[in-house]
Design a protein around this ligand. Structure first.
Ligand code: PDD
Length: 289
């Protein structure tokens, strides 16, 4: 069951105008919210990021927070899986084709859910492959826009080489990956690029930084040079669906040196375990986490 503009229906019955600016221009924003045991994870933070994306593209939020919460809860209860991914999207609506944002349109609001698929036991244990590519996307990657052609092209180049992710560099510095944020470890210190207009402010990124702080694990949020990425002891990607996933082969070379070369490193394993514990704990707590 999905939600479209105030109605719940089977996905086959959902129809939108071919003039919808989401279809014509990619003029819309979205969120992907993981749901564990039928409880949305970090819902307030996802809805705050939705508000930031809407503000950035001058689109009025069609619903107050309480209404979004109700819609997300209805989608969760209308679908069969305990663990889900809720996808929600707001576009500017339908209008005669013209680039400048028209005023007064009725936005299109769409929510759907699918079964949450997190990395397999094999991927968690052995890590995944990635390649490094130039970040040729636009300069407002902080907006969670549905205009994802750049990300799709980069992810496809990675998939062509049997890799799960394209890790992106711009002007000699690490930005993020095609659909996840990136952390590296060098000499026991975790390094993460700071939030800027060049990366999406990941909700999982925030959770991981909280975990690092709470457990006094050495870390620095600062620009990461491409050379540091390429000589890292560990590399992980984070996202709502990937959680914390080790990258163990970069451009077909093992990541790290010594006994852990080409295998998930000790800091990644620790943070992965702490992330799983955190998830389990907040899912047992009474209110939304
Ligand atoms: N992608 N960076 C990019 C470019 C992303 O698309 C995503 C998430 C992230 C991680 O954000 P979060 O931790 O809030 O999931 C970083 C989602 C899952 C997607 O587009 O499907």
């Amino acid at each position: 069951m999905i939600h479209l503009n105030g109605e719940f229906m089977p996905i086959e019955q959902a129809k939108i105008s071919v003039l919808d600016r989401g279809f014509i221009f990619g003029d819309g924003v979205y969120e992907v919210i993981p749901v564990y045991s039928r409880r949305p994870f970090r819902l307030e933070e996802h809805l705050a990021r939705l508000q930031a994306s809407l503000d950035a593209i001058r689109l009025a939020n069609p619903h107050p927070l309480a209404k979004w919460t109700e819609l997300v809860e209805k989608i969760i209860s209308g679908n069969p899986w305990e663990d889900q991914t809720v996808y929600l999207q707001v576009t500017r609506g339908a209008a005669k084709r013209d680039h400048a944002f028209p005023k007064g349109l009725k936005p299109t609001v769409f929510l759907m859910a699918s079964e949450l698929v997190t990395p397999s036991a094999d991927l968690v244990e052995n890590g995944a492959k990635a390649i490094v590519l130039p970040d040729f996307r636009w300069l407002r990657c902080d907006i969670k826009s549905t205009s994802l052609l750049g990300n799709c092209m980069l992810r496809t180049l990675a998939a062509d080489q049997g890799c799960v992710e394209a890790i992106l560099v711009r002007d000699g510095e690490l930005t993020e990956a095609s659909a996840s944020n990136v952390f590296i470890v060098k000499n026991g210190t975790v390094l993460a690029p700071p939030k800027s207009q060049l990366i999406l402010p990941g909700i999982t990124y925030d959770v991981v930084l909280e975990i690092l702080r709470a457990n006094a694990l050495p870390h620095e949020v600062r620009p990461v040079a491409e050379s540091e990425l390429r000589s890292a002891d560990e590399i992980w990607v984070t996202s709502s669906s990937r959680e914390v996933l080790a990258i163990t082969m970069l451009d077909a070379k093992p990541v790290g040196t010594g006994k852990d070369a080409g295998k998930p490193g000790p800091v990644c394993k620790r943070v992965y375990a702490l992330y799983q514990q955190y998830k389990a704990r907040v899912m047992r707590a009474p209110a939304h986490a």
